[in-house]
Design a protein around this ligand. Structure first.
Ligand code: HGY
Ligand code: MN
Ligand code: MN
Ligand code: MN
Length: 422
């Protein structure tokens, strides 16, 4: 039986209650009138949320600050500086009209956990840092993991000048408008070498835990992910005078490509998934044959070679469709994140914490990408999941029961106690 941390339970439950309150407060930043939350990187709601987290972390007695790209760190300094710090957190950005738990839960639970540990046990041996990563979703710019990518060195600052959102604002301009003037783009000021480990608590965003009636998920691995933008070009023409056989209809071509993507993914079978999340007809008008269309591809698999081979097969077939229809097709790869296994040692500590807390747990892979995907290759990393009701996420209907949020929080506290004070 893992040793239960000697804690004043009422203090722990107070911090758990406060965690729920802060989560609700945070969901007001970027709250959509029709329900849901939209907090896109470097927008006003995003900045207000990060600034609110800075003051909350200060109230918890953590040493707080922004880094060059707008990640917020709340540090609980340890007295054995030779021990590498443990980072724990998640991301504060959301998808468009997303839920209030994706990312935010991990940020709030982590900072409240450090606040509780400081209040209950004082200074740890090993430094513990809560982090709110500025961006993970890729919902404003065609790039994901900007925050954790900055810390792990996977996202050079120089990218900021090369990437723009749909309004043509570059990532660099948006950074500067939000007050993050990373002047020395060429250098890599923040790649952190000395990280002892990374622990992320997150909603499952799937339905396995709910289906199996488990409160805690111990993540075994995070799927690989390839994201592409496909640009289909035909020739715009008059909808009334252009005979069907004379057309180079980019939208009809894209539609055939989208349907083939779904069919090939179904034929490939699980765990492969392929999604077209966005399709845009440039200058779309009802009486014009579309000549310029873009759509996105999001392809995931637990196995890197299988994922790559599926991509090659699919893009070859899309080329064939374009050729047959007299269209041209150009694909741009925006993201390639390889599958990453989580650390066995920390995962075992999570299971021991569940046992000590009396929480039913199980191991499972993550079909969603997470910041832990970038830390896995550079330091021991692990994830704790809590159930998503009906497996819904990236939606205003995203919901997790308070009991499960608190169970996850207490499990996180237990594991951080082991690594910080043990
Ligand atoms: O897309 C994902 O898997 C994550 O929610 N960003
Ligand atoms: Mn997330
Ligand atoms: Mn997400
Ligand atoms: Mn994440």
């Amino acid at each position: 039986m893992a040793k239960r941390i000697p804690s004043s339970l009422d203090l722990l439950s107070q911090f758990g209650e406060r965690m729920l309150e802060v989560l609700e407060e945070l969901s007001l930043y970027g709250a959509d009138p029709e329900g849901g939350v939209t907090r896109l990187l470097y927008t006003e709601p995003w900045l207000q949320a990060q600034q609110a987290l800075v003051s909350k972390m200060q109230q918890l007695g953590l040493e707080v600050g922004f880094d060059a790209v707008g990640n917020v760190f709340g540090k609980l300094q340890g007295n054995e500086t030779a021990l590498k710090p443990i980072l724990t957190g998640s991301h504060i950005d959301t998808v468009k009209n997303g839920g209030k738990y994706d990312g935010a839960y991990g940020v709030v639970a982590s900072m409240m956990a450090l606040g509780y540990l400081k209040a209950a046990y004082g200074e740890p041996r090993r430094t513990l840092e809560a982090v709110s990563f500025c961006e993970e979703e890729g919902s404003r710019f065609p790039l994901a993991y900007w925050g954790s990518g900055h810390v792990t060195g996977a996202r050079p600052l120089t990218l900021a000048a090369e990437i723009a959102d749909h309004a043509g604002i570059t990532l660099l301009e948006a950074m500067r408008q939000a007050g993050f003037d990373a002047a020395n783009l060429g250098e890599h000021p923040a790649k952190r070498e000395q990280i002892g480990g990374y622990l992320e608590i997150h909603i499952e965003q799937g339905s396995v835990l709910a289906y199996k009636h488990k409160q805690i998920g111990v993540v075994t691995a995070i799927v690989g992910q390839i994201r592409l933008t496909v640009h289909v070009t035909g020739s715009s023409n008059h909808a009334g005078t252009t005979p069907m056989k004379m057309r180079k209809d980019a939208l009809a071509g894209a539609a055939e490509m989208v349907a083939l993507t779904e069919q090939m993914a179904l034929e490939a079978g699980e765990p492969l998934v392929a999604t077209v999340g966005r399709l845009e007809v440039k200058r779309g008008t009802s009486n014009v044959v579309p000549g310029d269309v873009m759509f996105t591809l999001d392809i995931r698999h637990t196995d890197e070679p299988e994922m790559r081979m599926f991509c090659v097969r699919l893009l070859t077939k899309l080329e064939e469709i374009a050729m047959r229809r007299g269209l041209t097709i150009e694909t741009v790869q925006n993201l390639h994140a390889s599958p990453v296994a989580m650390h066995e040692g920390i995962s075992a500590a999570i299971e021991a914490a569940c046992e000590a807390g009396g929480f039913r747990s199980m191991r499972l892979p993550s079909g969603a990408g997470h910041d832990a995907q970038l830390f896995g290759p550079i330091c021991p990393s692990a994830m704790i999941f809590v159930p998503s009701v009906a497996g819904i996420s990236h939606s205003p209907a995203e919901f997790t029961e308070a009991d499960d949020l608190v169970a996850g929080f207490q499990t996180l506290v237990h594991v951080l106690y082991q690594y910080g004070y043990g």
